[in-house]
Design a protein around this ligand. Structure first.
Ligand SMILES: [Zn+2]
Length: 245
């Protein structure tokens, strides 16, 4: 792709011939600028037009960049994780505390609904919050794997279905999926919800092994296994965002 340089900004630039365009049209996207060129417009004319609009393109571009940055900042930068606290886990919570020690590696011990995290003395204080989060995610994923395997085996037997591989994933809004080959993906973050939510998601994905759609027949299979499934489906719709760690 070509580039358009305006001041210190280098913007990917794309030119497209358009049969429908009646005049030269500039569209600014978050990742590029597109110029739609009508039939008969010479490249000299296009260049002149773009040059005449450089300031407006730049303003629009910077505006979009700023918005994009605010969005990613909001969703991806973890909030500060304190040195100790408690985190939701199935029916209850798990408390954790962090110890700074003269060791070179990160440690983690789990006993009786309590987690001990050990961080090396050498880790900077601003990095510690980040490390704690990583350790907690590592723990969550491990737990999720065990919990999911047990529940899948239980419900698959009860529903009379067979599943393939199981993958633990992290997605923002997707809680589970089932492929045509019978492989199941589950988002570890559902173990941050009441346990019935995890059951519901697992039953839902297993039901897809019978029906690869959301037809009334599909929901009948879900209801057979979990008559009150609507409660948890609704819970997930209303509180799902809170599960994102
Ligand atoms: Zn589904």
């Amino acid at each position: 792709m070509n580039q358009l340089v305006i001041g210190t900004e280098v913007i990917p630039y794309e030119e497209r011939k358009s049969v429908r365009a009646k005049r030269i049209i500039i569209t600014v996207f978050v990742d590029k600028v597109r110029v739609s060129v009508p039939r008969g417009a010479t490249s000299k004319k296009v260049k002149e037009f773009v040059n005449a609009n450089k300031q407006r393109i730049l303003e629009h571009w910077l505006n979009l960049q700023e918005k994009q940055e605010a969005r990613t900042h909001h969703s991806e930068v973890p909030s500060d994780i304190p040195m100790q606290g408690s985190i939701p886990y199935l029916e209850g919570t798990v408390s954790y505390q962090t110890y700074i020690q003269k060791r070179t590696h990160i440690g983690l011990e789990f006993s009786e609904h309590s987690l001990d995290i050990y961080l090396p003395e050498s880790s900077s204080s601003e990095k510690r919050s980040h490390l704690i989060r990583e350790v907690l995610i590592y723990w969550y994923k491990n737990e999720a794997r065990k919990v999911f395997q047990a529940k899948l085996a239980h419900y698959a037997a009860s529903m009379g279905v067979r599943y393939g591989q199981v993958r633990i994933k992290e997605q923002k809004t997707k809680w589970g999926s089932c492929s045509g080959k019978g492989n199941i993906n589950l988002n570890w973050q559902i173990i941050r919800a009441p346990e019935k939510v995890t059951d519901y998601v697992i039953i839902h994905e297993l039901a897809h092994l019978k029906y690869m759609n959301h037809s009334p027949d599909f929901w009948k299979v879900v209801a057979q296994e979990m008559p009150e499934y609507k409660v948890w489906k609704k819970w997930l719709r209303e509180h799902g965002r809170e599960l994102v760690f």
